[in-house]
Design a binder for this molecule. Structure first.
Ligand code: ATP
Ligand code: MG
Length: 140
């Protein structure tokens, strides 16, 4: 196993419903080290750039509207096998189908309003962590 970093975003639905602290606690209780954290409201162009891989999908415009609807909390998580471990803690994309005890099952609503984002590979983790944080903002 390797020490990895991944980008986590607490999405506007979970920030608005008051679950920022619950989600941060979920990570900390699972031994995850948070090495960067910032609250921000994404602009339309920032959200479009972040989700560029999905730009041809039918849900793209709704996704951008959702992600810019309120503040998010972006974090860099560090730990052994962190990319996959975060995806396990998050649960399946659709909150209605996510396994009990996962973040999306507990704090999300549906396939769009699903509480959290997590990078899905070492390549996307590298791009996405750099999208939100500069090297000087990492507390490693
Ligand atoms: P994320 O990238 O946010 O961690 P994911 O990797 O589980 O989620 P993706 O397929 O990358 O899922 O989709 C990105 C996001 O787009 C989802 O988290 C969700 O908010 C939204 N989304 C995905 N599929 C749909 C859909 N069928 N209808 C509406 N929104 C969707
Ligand atoms: Mg994804």
């Amino acid at each position: 196993m390797a020490l990895e970093r991944t980008l986590s975003i607490i999405k506007p639905d979970a920030v608005a419903s008051g679950h920022t602290g619950d989600i941060v606690a979920r990570f900390e209780k699972n031994g995850v080290k948070i090495i960067a954290m910032r609250m921000l409201k994404m602009s339309r162009s920032q959200a479009e750039g972040f989700y560029a891989v999905h730009r041809t999908r039918p849900f793209f415009n709704d996704l951008v509207a959702f992600m810019t609807s309120g503040p998010v909390v972006a974090m860099i998580l560090e730990g052994e096998n962190m990319i996959l471990k975060n995806r396990d803690l998050m649960g399946a994309t659709d909150s209605k189908k996510a396994a009990p005890g996962t973040i999306r099952a507990d704090f999300g609503t549906d396939v769009e309003k699903n509480a959290v984002h997590g990078s899905d590979s070492p390549e996307t983790a590298a791009v996405e962590t750099a999208y939100f944080f500069t090297a000087c903002e990492l507390n490693a």
